[in-house]
Design a protein around this ligand. Structure first.
Ligand code: ARG
Length: 456
């Protein structure tokens, strides 16, 4: 059934109809559409615009439509223009003329604005749940690896030793910020556009506060033109999703490196890796690579909507129908990636011995050797130079700082004594870093206690 046509004398060209139609993708929010309609008729009845009986009939009809779509007895008709027309036509088909009253005091413009908001709100909550689950897994790993030493890198060069708990903690912070971004968006977007009509409100005495409260909003939107043309919240969500993907892809990149033959810091579980069709020895980190690769489409969705919305005059324009397909894809992609990433990391094995050995070679304790000299009165700049000479000496002899004899130390600076070995041991290097946010175990334990409280 067409929702319009009275003023037309010709049939729509088939190509035009297909080009215009959105049913193939907006059917994704049939639940939200029905939920919004039920709230709308409930409000209409409260205001005496519909009778209680009419409201009952319409609501029962809408509930039956939702149930039947759900249990597969009602197929969404792909020849309908959009999900709004499909639901309305099915309703009229089922309950007769009273169904035609559903759209009183409403336009598809405020309807679609509502549906998209409801859908986005649900998606934000689902994404947040997945983030929380991932954070819980990360926290467990942190607790398990407080003493797992590994090199920390800058410029992908070994820099100073850290622990695996500390490294994972960096990602904990990132995903925690992601959650807080989501909750900011939820707060800002939580106003209800229903009742804004096509663009200028309606002449019916609608109670917009009431519909807003029925749908869990903080209140109604305050400008009807903005209500039907606002997609800011969706752009914000796509931006938050892009950031989540950036964080996932950085972590994936590290896992790909760590899983390589050269590093061997980790081994992916067989259930989370794949083989090669030609090279029998291969066990590839495809999941991590795919997550890294899927960042492109999520950034793309953000960029696409920014461009679509740019320069649009008030109020509703059909361009805005383009807010859906790529956004839906981005939302599904991120949820999938979060779930898979969580599964991958919770089944992965960490080769503690290899990580520790790697932290030992590569002069990650050079800063600590310089700090030793500073603690014995040598100015830092001089200490830096002295340790530089030691490193050069070690490189020539292909040994680590710890392997040098005390005579060799003393030959470069007489300040060194036998306690230098303890001062530059891996354990000391890590455990002495006790300022909040540093990898030392006692410092990490304080942070972990805060994380536990945060996750509740
Ligand atoms: N399918 C449309 C969309 O997604 C629904 C709103 C239609 N409104 C209109 N004035 N044609 O934006």
């Amino acid at each position: 059934m067409k929702l319009w046509g009275g003023r037309f004398t010709k049939e729509t060209n088939q190509l035009v109809y297909n080009f215009n139609a959105s049913i193939s993708f907006d059917q994704k929010f049939y639940k939200q559409d029905i939920r919004g309609s039920i709230a709308h008729v409930t409000m209409l009845a409260k205001q005496g615009i519909l009778t209680a009986k009419e409201k009952e009939a319409i609501t029962a009809g809408l509930v039956s439509i939702e149930q039947d779509i759900e249990n597969g007895t009602l197929a969404i008709d792909s020849t309908s223009e959009d999900i709004h027309s499909f639901v309305e036509a099915t309703l009229i088909d089922r309950i007769g003329d009273v169904g035609k009253k559903l759209h009183t005091g409403r336009s598809r413009n405020d309807q679609v604005a509502l549906d998209m908001k409801l859908y986005t709100r649900d998606e934000i909550r689902e994404t947040d749940d997945l983030l929380k689950k991932l954070l819980t897994t990360l926290l467990h790993l942190m607790e398990e690896h407080l003493d797992t030493y590994m090199p920390g890198f800058t410029h992908l060069q070994k820099a100073q030793p850290v622990t695996l708990a500390h490294h994972i903690g960096a990602y904990f912070e990132m995903f925690k910020r992601d959650r807080s971004r989501l909750s900011d968006i939820l707060k800002r977007m939580n106003t209800c556009p229903l009742g804004a009509g096509a663009l200028a409100g309606t002449t019916y005495p609608l109670d917009r506060e009431y519909s807003a409260s029925l749908l869990g909003f903080d209140g109604p939107t305050l400008n009807s033109m903005d209500s039907v043309s606002d997609r800011d919240y969706l752009i914000e969500f796509l931006s938050a999703l892009s950031m989540i993907m950036m964080h996932l892809s950085r972590f994936c990149e590290e896992i790909i490196l760590w899983n390589s033959n050269e590093y061997r810091f980790v081994e992916l579980d067989d259930s989370y890796s794949t083989g090669s069709s030609i090279m029998p020895q291969k066990k590839n980190p495809d999941i991590a690579e795919l997550i890294r690769g899927k960042v492109g489409r999520v950034y793309g969705a953000l960029q696409s909507l920014l461009v679509t919305m740019k320069g649009l005059p008030l109020a509703y324009n059909k361009d805005m129908q383009e807010d859906k397909e790529l956004s839906f894809d981005a939302m599904d992609t991120v949820k999938g990636c979060l779930a898979l990433f969580e599964g991958m990391i919770s089944t992965m094995r960490f080769n503690k011995a290899v990580m520790e050995a790697s932290a030992k070679n590569g002069f990650t304790n050079a800063t600590d050797a310089a700090d030793y000299l500073v603690n014995h009165g040598v100015p830092f700049r001089d200490a830096h130079g002295i340790v530089g000479q030691l490193v050069l000496h070690c490189i020539e002899k292909n040994i680590a700082l710890d392997d040098m004899t005390l005579e060799e130390f003393k030959a470069v600076s007489p300040v060194f004594e036998a306690d230098i070995y303890d001062a530059i041991s891996l354990k000391t290097c890590v455990e002495k870093r006790l300022t909040i946010g540093a990898p030392g175990k006692a410092a990490m334990e304080k942070v972990i206690a805060q994380y536990k409280e945060y996750l509740g």
